[in-house]
Structures are given as structure tokens and as C-alpha cells.
Design a protein around this ligand. Structure first.
Ligand SMILES: [Zn+2]
Length: 168
């Protein structure tokens, strides 16, 4: 059975990328080379992942870039996503407080934040961390179900949005 990297087509056994939920099928060498820089190769790679993806940096913890599916999902331009915190991208009400996303007292137990922090500190991927966020919508707030998967890539982390929709 062949097990070729979907990006460079080399045999994966030599430098396999096993057990990763987001870059599954891409060899470690490609992951390292793609995420080592911010160029059109990275953009193409993220867009080809099909699901909405945020690429996060750890310090300060904010979005480095996102793919076009994420821009469509959150109805934002890339400039409204890059350099912003996750909660700002999701329009979480606590991203609009004085302390802001991740620092507000209400963020202490945020499962999304904790999954991202855990991925940065331990390198472990998470598969389907979920929570309900209060999303700011003009003057009202609407509960949204948010579920994400995370994966560390070099110094960065990928956040795949598995669900972002109004709670019933
Ligand atoms: Zn490869």
C-alpha cells in the first residue's frame, strides 16, 4: 500500500506525519517547510485544507493568518483576522471587554482557549474541543456552538473550525 505525502509525493514512512488531525497526509518535512514562512505556498496549502483554518502564534496569542474558508465563515476580510485574538475573530462578547479575549475573568475556563494553550505548551493536538460562546451581534448576543481541533506546526498552531453555528 502506498503512503505518499499529498504535497510532495515522497514515501511517508521516512518522515511520516502520523496521528495529526489537520495536516494528516502531509509529511513532516513539508509541514516544516510550509509553516516556516508566510508566502503563497502557505496560503495555497491552507486554502486546500477545505475546512476553515486559523493559524495562531503563541506570544502574543493571536491569529497569524487564516484561509479563505475562515474569512467566509466569519464574514471578515483577512485584515480583520490577521493580528487579532481568536475571540475577536469569533466575535465572542468577552473579546470586547476591557481585559479582552483570553484575559477577561470569563475566559478562565474557556475550553477553546485552553485547547489552544495546551497545544502550544505540550505540543498535543486536540480533536473537537467544544463550547458555547456568546457572540456579539449588533446590540444583542447570540449563543453559538463552537468546536475546534488544534495541531501544533513548528512554533505555530493550526485551529480548524469544525462547528460554528447558532445554538438551537
Ligand atoms: Zn511531503
Amino acid at each position: 500500500m502506498s503512503n505518499l505525502c499529498i504535497n510532495c509525493s515522497t514515501e511517508m514512512e521516512e518522515h511520516g506525519n502520523v496521528g495529526y488531525s489537520i495536516t494528516n497526509g502531509v509529511c513532516l518535512q513539508c509541514v516544516e517547510s510550509i509553516f516556516g514562512k508566510h508566502n503563497s505556498e502557505l496560503t495555497t496549502f491552507l486554502d486546500n485544507l477545505e475546512a476553515p483554518i486559523l493559524l495562531m502564534q503563541s506570544d502574543p496569542r493571536q491569529v497569524k493568518t487564516a484561509n479563505k474558508q475562515a474569512c467566509e465563515l466569519f464574514k471578515k476580510e483577512l485584515s480583520q483576522i490577521e493580528g487579532h485574538r481568536g475571540g475577536q475573530v469569533f466575535d465572542c462578547v468577552y473579546a470586547f471587554t476591557k481585559d479582552g479575549c483570553g484575559k477577561d475573568v470569563n475566559c478562565e475556563d474557556c475550553k477553546i482557549k485552553n485547547a489552544v494553550v495546551e497545544t502550544f505548551t505540550s505540543g498535543k493536538s486536540s480533536d473537537g474541543a467544544s463550547t458555547v460562546l456568546d457572540i456579539k451581534n449588533n446590540d444583542s448576543t447570540i449563543p453559538y456552538k463552537l468546536r475546534v481541533s488544534t495541531e501544533k506546526v513548528g512554533e505555530l498552531a493550526l485551529i480548524r473550525i469544525d462547528q460554528y453555528e447558532k445554538k438551537d
